[in-house]
Design a protein around this ligand. Sequence first.
Ligand SMILES: [Zn+2]
Length: 372
Amino acid sequence: MNQTVRAVRAAKIFCLNGKPPLDDGVIVYDNKSRRILSVDTWDKLRPTCKVTNLGSAWITPGLFNCHTHLELCGGQALAPAPDFCTWARQLQSTPKVFSLPAIQNALQSLRDNGTAFVADFCGGKAQTVYELLQSSGLHFSLFLEYLGWRQPKPRPLWQKKTAGVSVAAHSLYGVSPQAATTLHAWTREAGTPFALHLGESAAEEIFFENGSGELAKMLGGKLIPKNAKAVGCSSLVLADSLGLLGKRSLLIHCAQLKKKELGLIKKSQAMPCLCPRSNAFTGTKTSPARMLLEHNIPFCLGTDSLASNTDLALWNEVLFLIRDLRPSLSQIFDWVIRNPARFFGLENELGSLTIGKKMIFSVLPEELQQLV
Ligand SMILES: [Zn+2]
């Protein structure tokens, strides 16, 4: 018997191979390469290798968490805030603690939650975070996040064309329009995804529309130049006018999205990444999820960081988001598996439990079983 072959048996397996789920299914895989060797019902395969029996559990392919900031794991827990600027002031006044054990715990919790892939956004500690991600067993995209209105300079991981590394503009108020277009151009040239936070708060939209409000008060003369003028449009329209929307653009939050702007997303094929629990934590109660669903616009989900969320478990994000929605299980699989697998070009590795793919699975929460 091949000692490296293992199997997992479960009451239901959603392979996401275009066929109905398997009842009493089993996945046989090579434990060394973590590649799937065969998948079928227990009766058909009855493998003789070591089998982990998950009993009544329903399992899915591993999940894609498309927005984290592992760097922020080590700080003191913040309190939910009534609005974004109150939360941001709290974050600013809390000492930053870069903690390796905290990041390792976070990575462990991601694995425990059945995460296959994480898109992390990182500032000054990118080399260390990159090394931790490399050894984590997770697939990842590490975005070197730029914050500040000066022209960006390539950072070492980017200069070295490191696999899995790309660049992101923090937001359109966090960098200058020129800096945003420069970063976007770098990614176009390198063929990597581009990302930015967009429409996270009402304050952000007021700043772009009028050049005033709490965000201007908080950041004017500091992050945002004193002479920065209103652009007279929303963050999404501004991103479009700068040429930042495209099928490789990840738009994080989109919590302020308006119905009349949906066409911009649809036409550009940019991918919104919704973070509903983080938005609620920072005072935004609205969500564009229903609008996006009604207009068949694909999106994905992220937990954001532990500075604005209680955990990095993507299923908890789903359970929170669907309180007011009634999606099908297939739509949920689009958000947390299929759409991001396509966006990040990982469909050959992840995204389904089929022969040759990586053996990374997640256990579907019992609350979601009723959606079948
Ligand atoms: Zn973020």
